[in-house]
Design a protein around this ligand. Structure first.
Ligand code: ASP
Ligand code: MG
Length: 405
Protein backbone atom coordinates (compact mmCIF):
# COMPACT_ATOMS: atom_id res chain seq x y z
CA UNK A 1 0.00 0.00 0.00
CA UNK A 2 1.43 3.36 -1.01
CA UNK A 3 1.33 6.40 1.24
CA UNK A 4 0.21 9.66 -0.33
CA UNK A 5 0.31 13.06 1.35
CA UNK A 6 -2.08 15.65 -0.03
CA UNK A 7 -2.14 19.30 1.00
CA UNK A 8 -5.07 21.63 0.34
CA UNK A 9 -4.57 25.39 0.55
CA UNK A 10 -6.86 27.92 2.20
CA UNK A 11 -8.81 28.79 -0.95
CA UNK A 12 -9.49 25.07 -1.59
CA UNK A 13 -11.17 24.67 1.82
CA UNK A 14 -12.75 28.14 2.04
CA UNK A 15 -16.34 26.96 2.71
CA UNK A 16 -18.40 23.84 3.44
CA UNK A 17 -19.01 23.03 -0.24
CA UNK A 18 -15.31 23.27 -1.05
CA UNK A 19 -14.49 21.07 1.94
CA UNK A 20 -17.00 18.46 0.72
CA UNK A 21 -15.42 18.62 -2.73
CA UNK A 22 -11.95 18.05 -1.25
CA UNK A 23 -13.30 15.21 0.90
CA UNK A 24 -14.56 13.46 -2.25
CA UNK A 25 -11.10 13.72 -3.82
CA UNK A 26 -9.44 12.41 -0.67
CA UNK A 27 -11.92 9.52 -0.50
CA UNK A 28 -11.17 8.59 -4.12
CA UNK A 29 -7.44 8.46 -3.35
CA UNK A 30 -8.13 6.21 -0.37
CA UNK A 31 -10.42 3.97 -2.44
CA UNK A 32 -7.58 3.43 -4.92
CA UNK A 33 -5.87 1.54 -2.10
CA UNK A 34 -3.57 4.20 -0.64
CA UNK A 35 -2.92 5.30 2.90
CA UNK A 36 -3.70 9.01 2.85
CA UNK A 37 -2.55 11.94 4.98
CA UNK A 38 -4.28 15.22 4.25
CA UNK A 39 -2.68 18.48 5.39
CA UNK A 40 -5.01 21.47 5.41
CA UNK A 41 -4.51 25.23 5.60
CA UNK A 42 -6.91 27.47 7.45
CA UNK A 43 -10.20 28.17 5.66
CA UNK A 44 -10.01 31.12 3.23
CA UNK A 45 -8.78 34.31 4.87
CA UNK A 46 -8.98 32.93 8.43
CA UNK A 47 -5.31 33.58 9.27
CA UNK A 48 -5.51 37.21 8.09
CA UNK A 49 -8.71 37.67 10.09
CA UNK A 50 -7.13 36.26 13.24
CA UNK A 51 -4.17 38.61 12.86
CA UNK A 52 -6.55 41.55 12.40
CA UNK A 53 -8.48 40.49 15.50
CA UNK A 54 -5.31 40.43 17.61
CA UNK A 55 -4.37 43.87 16.26
CA UNK A 56 -7.69 45.25 17.44
CA UNK A 57 -6.62 44.35 20.97
CA UNK A 58 -2.95 45.27 20.93
CA UNK A 59 -0.15 46.61 18.72
CA UNK A 60 2.29 44.17 20.25
CA UNK A 61 0.67 40.79 20.77
CA UNK A 62 2.90 38.27 22.53
CA UNK A 63 4.58 35.93 20.06
CA UNK A 64 3.51 32.91 22.04
CA UNK A 65 -0.17 33.85 22.21
CA UNK A 66 -0.11 34.82 18.55
CA UNK A 67 1.10 31.38 17.49
CA UNK A 68 -1.56 29.60 19.53
CA UNK A 69 -4.18 31.94 18.07
CA UNK A 70 -3.09 31.35 14.46
CA UNK A 71 -2.81 27.59 14.95
CA UNK A 72 -6.56 27.49 15.60
CA UNK A 73 -7.32 28.29 11.93
CA UNK A 74 -5.89 24.96 10.81
CA UNK A 75 -7.54 23.12 13.71
CA UNK A 76 -10.93 24.26 12.45
CA UNK A 77 -10.34 23.14 8.85
CA UNK A 78 -8.85 19.79 9.88
CA UNK A 79 -11.74 18.85 12.17
CA UNK A 80 -14.36 19.92 9.63
CA UNK A 81 -12.55 17.91 6.94
CA UNK A 82 -12.54 14.82 9.17
CA UNK A 83 -16.27 15.27 9.76
CA UNK A 84 -16.92 15.60 6.02
CA UNK A 85 -15.09 12.34 5.34
CA UNK A 86 -16.90 10.47 8.12
CA UNK A 87 -20.19 11.79 6.79
CA UNK A 88 -19.29 10.16 3.47
CA UNK A 89 -18.63 6.87 5.24
CA UNK A 90 -14.85 7.10 5.41
CA UNK A 91 -13.19 6.64 8.80
CA UNK A 92 -11.04 9.72 9.33
CA UNK A 93 -9.36 11.43 12.25
CA UNK A 94 -7.95 14.93 12.64
CA UNK A 95 -4.67 15.60 14.43
CA UNK A 96 -3.11 18.90 15.47
CA UNK A 97 0.52 19.44 14.48
CA UNK A 98 1.57 18.43 17.98
CA UNK A 99 -0.51 15.23 17.88
CA UNK A 100 0.98 14.42 14.48
CA UNK A 101 4.43 14.52 16.09
CA UNK A 102 5.79 17.72 14.55
CA UNK A 103 8.53 19.02 16.85
CA UNK A 104 9.88 22.48 16.20
CA UNK A 105 12.38 25.06 17.37
CA UNK A 106 11.20 27.77 19.76
CA UNK A 107 11.17 30.61 17.21
CA UNK A 108 7.56 31.72 17.36
CA UNK A 109 5.97 32.68 14.02
CA UNK A 110 8.81 31.12 12.03
CA UNK A 111 9.65 27.90 13.81
CA UNK A 112 11.76 25.27 12.07
CA UNK A 113 10.73 21.63 12.08
CA UNK A 114 13.34 19.70 14.09
CA UNK A 115 11.85 16.23 13.79
CA UNK A 116 8.67 14.36 13.00
CA UNK A 117 7.55 11.40 15.07
CA UNK A 118 5.08 9.63 12.81
CA UNK A 119 4.10 6.90 15.28
CA UNK A 120 0.58 8.23 15.87
CA UNK A 121 -0.13 8.62 12.16
CA UNK A 122 1.11 5.08 11.49
CA UNK A 123 -1.13 3.77 14.27
CA UNK A 124 -4.12 5.47 12.65
CA UNK A 125 -3.20 3.87 9.31
CA UNK A 126 -3.38 0.42 10.88
CA UNK A 127 -6.96 1.24 11.90
CA UNK A 128 -7.75 2.16 8.31
CA UNK A 129 -8.11 5.85 9.10
CA UNK A 130 -7.55 8.74 6.74
CA UNK A 131 -5.44 11.17 8.78
CA UNK A 132 -6.11 14.90 8.52
CA UNK A 133 -3.29 17.02 9.92
CA UNK A 134 -3.58 20.71 10.80
CA UNK A 135 -0.87 22.42 8.73
CA UNK A 136 1.53 25.24 9.59
CA UNK A 137 2.10 24.27 13.24
CA UNK A 138 4.12 22.20 15.63
CA UNK A 139 5.17 22.01 19.23
CA UNK A 140 8.38 22.77 21.12
CA UNK A 141 10.06 20.53 23.63
CA UNK A 142 8.31 22.58 26.35
CA UNK A 143 4.91 21.84 24.81
CA UNK A 144 4.41 25.36 23.48
CA UNK A 145 2.58 25.64 20.18
CA UNK A 146 4.49 27.25 17.31
CA UNK A 147 3.73 28.19 13.72
CA UNK A 148 6.04 27.77 10.73
CA UNK A 149 5.60 31.13 8.98
CA UNK A 150 2.98 32.27 6.49
CA UNK A 151 2.27 29.63 3.88
CA UNK A 152 3.86 27.00 6.14
CA UNK A 153 1.33 24.22 5.52
CA UNK A 154 3.28 23.26 2.38
CA UNK A 155 6.27 22.62 4.62
CA UNK A 156 4.17 20.51 6.99
CA UNK A 157 3.05 18.39 4.05
CA UNK A 158 6.53 17.78 2.64
CA UNK A 159 7.98 17.04 6.11
CA UNK A 160 5.28 14.41 6.74
CA UNK A 161 5.77 12.92 3.27
CA UNK A 162 9.50 12.58 3.93
CA UNK A 163 9.06 11.01 7.37
CA UNK A 164 6.37 8.59 6.15
CA UNK A 165 8.37 7.73 3.01
CA UNK A 166 5.35 8.68 0.95
CA UNK A 167 5.25 7.97 -2.77
CA UNK A 168 4.53 11.62 -3.50
CA UNK A 169 3.51 14.87 -1.83
CA UNK A 170 0.62 16.45 -3.71
CA UNK A 171 -0.02 20.18 -3.23
CA UNK A 172 -3.51 21.21 -4.34
CA UNK A 173 -4.17 24.89 -4.79
CA UNK A 174 -6.08 27.43 -6.89
CA UNK A 175 -3.56 27.32 -9.75
CA UNK A 176 -3.12 24.34 -12.05
CA UNK A 177 0.63 24.09 -11.70
CA UNK A 178 3.86 25.93 -12.42
CA UNK A 179 3.83 28.01 -15.58
CA UNK A 180 6.61 29.20 -17.86
CA UNK A 181 5.65 32.69 -16.67
CA UNK A 182 2.86 34.48 -14.82
CA UNK A 183 -0.25 33.79 -16.97
CA UNK A 184 -1.73 37.14 -15.87
CA UNK A 185 1.11 38.87 -17.74
CA UNK A 186 1.80 36.37 -20.52
CA UNK A 187 -1.50 35.00 -21.90
CA UNK A 188 0.23 32.12 -23.73
CA UNK A 189 2.31 31.00 -20.74
CA UNK A 190 2.44 27.21 -20.70
CA UNK A 191 1.98 24.83 -17.79
CA UNK A 192 5.16 22.82 -17.23
CA UNK A 193 4.88 19.02 -16.94
CA UNK A 194 7.85 19.00 -14.64
CA UNK A 195 10.52 21.25 -13.18
CA UNK A 196 13.68 20.67 -11.11
CA UNK A 197 13.82 21.69 -7.43
CA UNK A 198 16.51 24.29 -8.11
CA UNK A 199 14.59 25.77 -11.00
CA UNK A 200 11.44 25.87 -8.88
CA UNK A 201 13.28 27.65 -6.08
CA UNK A 202 14.53 30.28 -8.50
CA UNK A 203 11.03 30.64 -9.96
CA UNK A 204 9.55 30.96 -6.47
CA UNK A 205 12.04 33.38 -4.97
CA UNK A 206 11.83 35.47 -8.11
CA UNK A 207 8.14 36.01 -7.81
CA UNK A 208 6.31 32.88 -8.96
CA UNK A 209 4.64 32.42 -5.59
CA UNK A 210 3.11 29.00 -6.14
CA UNK A 211 4.67 27.21 -3.19
CA UNK A 212 6.48 27.93 0.05
CA UNK A 213 10.21 27.91 -0.76
CA UNK A 214 11.07 26.06 2.44
CA UNK A 215 8.86 23.19 1.31
CA UNK A 216 10.68 22.96 -2.02
CA UNK A 217 14.05 23.05 -0.22
CA UNK A 218 12.94 20.22 2.04
CA UNK A 219 11.74 18.25 -0.99
CA UNK A 220 15.13 18.71 -2.63
CA UNK A 221 17.05 17.71 0.50
CA UNK A 222 15.17 14.39 0.74
CA UNK A 223 14.40 14.01 -2.97
CA UNK A 224 10.66 13.88 -2.31
CA UNK A 225 8.69 14.37 -5.53
CA UNK A 226 6.08 17.13 -5.20
CA UNK A 227 3.12 17.62 -7.49
CA UNK A 228 1.41 21.00 -7.73
CA UNK A 229 -2.11 20.83 -9.19
CA UNK A 230 -5.55 22.42 -8.98
CA UNK A 231 -8.08 21.33 -6.38
CA UNK A 232 -11.05 22.33 -8.59
CA UNK A 233 -10.35 20.03 -11.56
CA UNK A 234 -8.34 16.91 -12.32
CA UNK A 235 -6.00 18.29 -14.98
CA UNK A 236 -2.44 17.05 -14.60
CA UNK A 237 -0.30 19.52 -12.65
CA UNK A 238 3.46 20.06 -12.51
CA UNK A 239 5.84 17.58 -10.88
CA UNK A 240 8.79 19.08 -9.04
CA UNK A 241 11.57 16.52 -8.86
CA UNK A 242 15.29 15.95 -8.92
CA UNK A 243 15.82 14.07 -12.14
CA UNK A 244 15.96 16.31 -15.19
CA UNK A 245 15.57 14.80 -18.64
CA UNK A 246 18.99 14.23 -20.22
CA UNK A 247 18.34 16.60 -23.11
CA UNK A 248 15.56 19.06 -22.57
CA UNK A 249 14.69 20.67 -25.86
CA UNK A 250 14.31 24.14 -24.41
CA UNK A 251 16.96 24.86 -21.80
CA UNK A 252 15.10 27.90 -20.51
CA UNK A 253 12.26 26.72 -18.27
CA UNK A 254 10.65 29.96 -17.32
CA UNK A 255 10.70 33.73 -16.97
CA UNK A 256 10.17 35.03 -13.44
CA UNK A 257 9.62 38.61 -12.39
CA UNK A 258 9.37 40.72 -9.28
CA UNK A 259 8.00 44.26 -9.09
CA UNK A 260 9.19 44.81 -5.54
CA UNK A 261 12.75 46.07 -6.01
CA UNK A 262 14.51 49.17 -4.69
CA UNK A 263 18.14 50.09 -5.26
CA UNK A 264 20.69 51.94 -3.15
CA UNK A 265 23.95 53.20 -4.64
CA UNK A 266 26.78 54.35 -2.44
CA UNK A 267 28.84 56.70 -4.60
CA UNK A 268 32.58 57.27 -4.22
CA UNK A 269 33.41 54.46 -1.85
CA UNK A 270 37.13 54.37 -0.94
CA UNK A 271 38.62 51.15 -2.30
CA UNK A 272 40.05 49.55 0.83
CA UNK A 273 39.42 46.44 2.93
CA UNK A 274 36.51 46.47 5.38
CA UNK A 275 34.29 48.91 3.54
CA UNK A 276 31.73 46.37 2.33
CA UNK A 277 31.34 44.85 5.77
CA UNK A 278 30.81 48.25 7.38
CA UNK A 279 27.86 48.76 5.01
CA UNK A 280 26.30 45.30 5.09
CA UNK A 281 26.78 44.34 8.72
CA UNK A 282 24.46 47.08 10.05
CA UNK A 283 21.89 46.11 7.40
CA UNK A 284 21.95 42.51 8.62
CA UNK A 285 21.61 43.69 12.20
CA UNK A 286 18.58 45.74 11.18
CA UNK A 287 17.05 42.58 9.69
CA UNK A 288 17.09 43.93 6.13
CA UNK A 289 17.74 41.32 3.52
CA UNK A 290 19.90 42.47 0.65
CA UNK A 291 19.50 40.85 -2.73
CA UNK A 292 21.66 41.82 -5.70
CA UNK A 293 25.03 43.43 -4.88
CA UNK A 294 27.26 44.98 -7.52
CA UNK A 295 30.51 46.89 -7.02
CA UNK A 296 32.30 48.33 -10.02
CA UNK A 297 36.07 48.09 -10.23
CA UNK A 298 37.67 51.20 -8.88
CA UNK A 299 39.10 54.04 -10.89
CA UNK A 300 41.58 56.07 -8.85
CA UNK A 301 40.85 53.90 -5.78
CA UNK A 302 37.22 55.05 -5.65
CA UNK A 303 34.33 52.66 -6.44
CA UNK A 304 30.52 52.71 -6.53
CA UNK A 305 28.60 50.05 -4.66
CA UNK A 306 25.01 49.24 -5.56
CA UNK A 307 22.60 46.81 -3.96
CA UNK A 308 18.90 46.07 -3.97
CA UNK A 309 16.39 45.55 -1.17
CA UNK A 310 12.67 44.95 -0.90
CA UNK A 311 10.73 48.20 -1.54
CA UNK A 312 9.15 48.04 1.92
CA UNK A 313 12.63 48.13 3.47
CA UNK A 314 14.00 51.13 1.56
CA UNK A 315 13.40 53.83 4.20
CA UNK A 316 14.81 51.67 6.95
CA UNK A 317 17.81 50.74 4.76
CA UNK A 318 18.59 54.37 3.88
CA UNK A 319 18.51 55.28 7.58
CA UNK A 320 21.06 52.54 8.25
CA UNK A 321 23.33 53.39 5.31
CA UNK A 322 23.42 57.21 5.52
CA UNK A 323 25.56 57.43 8.69
CA UNK A 324 27.87 54.69 7.34
CA UNK A 325 28.49 56.72 4.17
CA UNK A 326 29.92 59.57 6.31
CA UNK A 327 31.89 57.20 8.54
CA UNK A 328 33.71 55.47 5.67
CA UNK A 329 34.37 58.67 3.76
CA UNK A 330 32.17 57.89 0.76
CA UNK A 331 30.68 60.71 -1.30
CA UNK A 332 26.92 60.14 -1.08
CA UNK A 333 24.15 57.60 -1.36
CA UNK A 334 21.12 57.55 -3.62
CA UNK A 335 18.03 55.41 -3.86
CA UNK A 336 15.64 54.41 -6.62
CA UNK A 337 12.37 52.70 -5.76
CA UNK A 338 10.79 52.37 -9.19
CA UNK A 339 12.49 49.14 -10.17
CA UNK A 340 11.65 45.54 -10.86
CA UNK A 341 13.49 42.50 -12.10
CA UNK A 342 13.14 39.85 -14.74
CA UNK A 343 14.93 36.51 -14.69
CA UNK A 344 15.50 33.80 -17.26
CA UNK A 345 15.69 30.43 -15.48
CA UNK A 346 16.76 26.96 -16.56
CA UNK A 347 19.22 24.38 -15.29
CA UNK A 348 20.15 23.50 -18.88
CA UNK A 349 21.68 26.96 -19.35
CA UNK A 350 24.84 26.10 -17.40
CA UNK A 351 26.24 23.99 -20.18
CA UNK A 352 25.19 26.10 -23.13
CA UNK A 353 26.48 29.57 -23.99
CA UNK A 354 24.52 32.38 -25.61
CA UNK A 355 21.57 32.77 -23.25
CA UNK A 356 22.81 36.03 -21.76
CA UNK A 357 23.34 37.64 -25.14
CA UNK A 358 19.88 36.50 -26.32
CA UNK A 359 18.37 38.05 -23.19
CA UNK A 360 20.19 41.38 -23.55
CA UNK A 361 19.39 41.65 -27.26
CA UNK A 362 15.74 40.91 -26.58
CA UNK A 363 15.53 43.61 -23.89
CA UNK A 364 17.31 46.10 -26.16
CA UNK A 365 14.82 45.42 -28.96
CA UNK A 366 11.95 45.85 -26.51
CA UNK A 367 13.36 49.27 -25.56
CA UNK A 368 14.22 48.21 -22.02
CA UNK A 369 17.25 49.70 -20.28
CA UNK A 370 19.19 47.31 -18.04
CA UNK A 371 20.25 48.84 -14.71
CA UNK A 372 22.02 45.87 -13.17
CA UNK A 373 22.78 42.28 -14.15
CA UNK A 374 23.34 39.30 -11.87
CA UNK A 375 23.62 35.62 -12.60
CA UNK A 376 23.65 32.26 -10.88
CA UNK A 377 24.43 28.95 -12.56
CA UNK A 378 20.83 28.52 -13.64
CA UNK A 379 19.55 32.12 -13.78
CA UNK A 380 20.24 35.46 -15.45
CA UNK A 381 18.55 38.44 -13.80
CA UNK A 382 18.25 42.01 -15.04
CA UNK A 383 17.09 44.88 -12.84
CA UNK A 384 15.00 47.23 -14.97
CA UNK A 385 12.41 50.00 -14.60
CA UNK A 386 9.26 48.76 -12.87
CA UNK A 387 6.96 50.01 -15.63
CA UNK A 388 8.88 47.95 -18.22
CA UNK A 389 8.66 44.63 -16.38
CA UNK A 390 5.48 43.32 -18.02
CA UNK A 391 6.72 44.16 -21.53
CA UNK A 392 10.09 42.63 -20.77
CA UNK A 393 8.54 39.39 -19.50
CA UNK A 394 6.38 39.06 -22.62
CA UNK A 395 9.30 39.80 -24.95
CA UNK A 396 11.57 37.27 -23.20
CA UNK A 397 8.86 34.60 -23.15
CA UNK A 398 8.65 34.99 -26.91
CA UNK A 399 12.39 35.25 -27.55
CA UNK A 400 13.02 31.95 -25.74
CA UNK A 401 10.03 30.32 -27.49
CA UNK A 402 8.42 29.26 -24.25
CA UNK A 403 4.90 29.14 -25.68
CA UNK A 404 5.88 25.96 -27.51
CA UNK A 405 7.09 22.90 -25.62
N1 ASP B 1 -2.83 29.55 7.21
C1 ASP B 1 -1.44 29.92 7.11
C2 ASP B 1 -1.32 31.16 6.25
O1 ASP B 1 -2.28 31.67 5.74
C3 ASP B 1 -0.59 28.80 6.63
C4 ASP B 1 -0.89 28.29 5.24
O2 ASP B 1 -1.85 28.67 4.61
O3 ASP B 1 -0.09 27.49 4.75
O4 ASP B 1 -0.23 31.64 6.06
MG1 MG C 1 -2.17 29.84 2.45
Amino acid sequence: MAIIVQKYGGSSVADADKIKNVARRVAATKEQGNDVVVVVSAMGKTTDNLIALANEITDQPSDREMDVLLSTGELVSSTIMAMALREMGHPAISLSGAQAGIRTSTKYSRAQILSVDAERIEKEFTKGHIVIVAGFQGITQNMDITTLGRGGSDTTAVALAVELKAKICEIYTDVEGVYTSDPRIVPDARKLKDIGYEEMLEMASYGASVMHSRAVELGELYQMPIQVAASHNSNPGTIIHGGTPMEISNKVRGIAHDMNVAKITVVGVPDKPGVATSIFEPLTEAGISVDTIVQNSSIGRIADLTFTVNKNDIDKAMKVVEPVVKAIGAESCESDTKLGKVSVIGSGMQSAPGYASTMFKCLFEAGVNIELITTSEIRITCIIAEDKVADAVRALHKAFELETA
